[in-house]
Design a protein around this ligand. Structure first.
Ligand code: PLP
Length: 395
């Protein structure tokens, strides 16, 4: 079929350009570690054109490449690089942007393991400095810039407290000072927010969440300009060797077919659940960009085209026995970490914090024992609400 106009996103993800061997509707997996050549000259040429050649799977693999091309187009970037986890992508991208002795500006409440990588690894080992900002006002970033600032690292909305940063304004500020920008865009998925079009250099995703969407893959993604991503591919990706397996990439190809439709349903379900929670007398507060009480509505409207299923709320009690009973009685919200899959989940941050912190330190966090995080899945929204309603009777 001739291409009369640019493909819409649903078509790009559901349809493959190339015809597969034997007319198979699903592409085969290239489950091989190396590729062989007809002649000396052929392998010689392959080495001269490393970014396009398949030589050894720690570098490039056809199954992985097929998924990366779809992901690059989806995010509006020139090039994408998949990793075996979101943290693989985050650590490689940070190391690409930062040298020993440099300074990073990021947000308070940054995703925990990313924060640990910066503050407990890069800082002591490579003398990297870090400044944490609230990030709701552009002046937070302006005031934090130093001569050695080489990276501003955003997460908007943050997956911990759901606060936003003005992506376009931060990208503009950073560009004027020659500072690189990256954003963890996992919360919105590539469907509802396009940071590269707003001037961000590198967009990161944990594909273990919405992009994978079936809770059967752990993977990560970096997207950006050809020059930037190829540099990461040839250095941090190949040399540190955190390569994605062809099978995991193939699962992501499956996942991408339904990403737009899944995201629309996550949004519909989450908005219904959010409205129910916000109006319930046993709920103290709802942390969600779709909440009536959300304080950054204008900015959300400016830079996001939709909302997803991860939100926080606080039960109106500090009675740990009642809180445990609430969690334990839920039928459809299973207790577990992570989020973004087909299944609804619940987690209480207190479960982790009570192990790591003293009661005084915990009190200083500004969250309570009754703070919950839920990931609203693809079940029927009335069933989900009925489940929460029944459990809330125990509070
Ligand atoms: C899960 C997560 C990551 C890390 O991804 P992994 O695939 O688990 O390594 C990064 N950022 C956010 C916001 C996440 O939720």
């Amino acid at each position: 079929m001739s291409e009369s106009k640019k493909q819409n996103i649903e078509t790009l993800l559901a349809h493959d350009e190339q015809r597969n061997p034997n007319g198979a509707v699903v592409p085969p997996i290239y489950q091989n570690s190396l590729f062989t050549f007809e002649s000396w000259d052929d392998i010689d040429q392959a080495f001269d054109n490393r970014m396009e050649s398949f030589i050894y799977t720690r570098g490039r693999n056809p199954t992985v490449k097929q998924v990366e091309e779809k992901l690059a187009a989806l995010c509006g970037g020139e090039k994408a690089q998949l990793f075996p986890s979101g943290m693989g992508a985050i650590s490689a991208a940070i190391m690409h942007c930062v040298n020993a002795g440099d300074h990073i500006i990021t947000i308070k409440n940054l995703y925990g393991p990313a924060n640990n990588f910066i503050s407990s690894y890069l800082k002591p080992k490579f003398n990297v400095e870090v400044t944490y900002v609230t990030g709701k006002d552009i002046s937070d970033f302006e005031n934090a810039i130093q001569d050695n600032t080489s990276l501003i690292y955003l997460e908007s909305p943050s997956s911990a407290v759901f606060s936003l940063q003005d992506i376009e304004a931060v990208a503009k500020l950073a560009k004027s000072k020659g500072i690189k920008t990256m954003i963890d865009n996992t919360w919105t998925s590539p469907i509802f927010q396009k940071p590269l079009a707003m001037g961000i250099d590198l967009e990161i995703h944990s594909c273990s969440k919405y992009i994978g969407g079936h809770s059967d893959v752990v993977a990560g993604l970096v997207v950006g300009s050809k020059q930037e991503v190829e540099s990461i591919s040839l250095r941090e990706f190949e040399w540190i060797g955190a390569k994605i397996a062809p099978f995991e990439a193939w699962l992501l190809l499956r996942s991408l077919r339904t990403l737009p439709i899944r995201m629309r349903q996550h949004q519909e379900n989450a908005l219904a659940v959010a409205e129910f929670l916000e109006n319930h007398p046993k709920i103290q507060l709802l942390r969600y960009p779709g909440a009536k009480s959300f304080d950054q509505k204008e900015l959300a409207k400016k830079q996001m085209t939709g909302l997803t299923g991860l939100m926080g709320f606080q039960l109106k009690t500090d009675d740990l026995e009642k809180i445990k009973a609430f969690v334990n009685t839920l039928k459809y919200f299973h207790l577990g970490v992570s989020w973004g899959g087909h299944e609804s989940l619940i987690y209480a941050p207190a479960i982790s914090y009570l192990k790591e912190l003293s009661p005084d330190q915990f009190a200083g966090l500004g969250i309570s024992l009754g703070d919950m995080r839920i990931s609203v899945g693809l079940e029927n929204k009335e069933d989900l609400i009925a489940d929460l309603e029944r459990a809330l009777e125990l509070i």
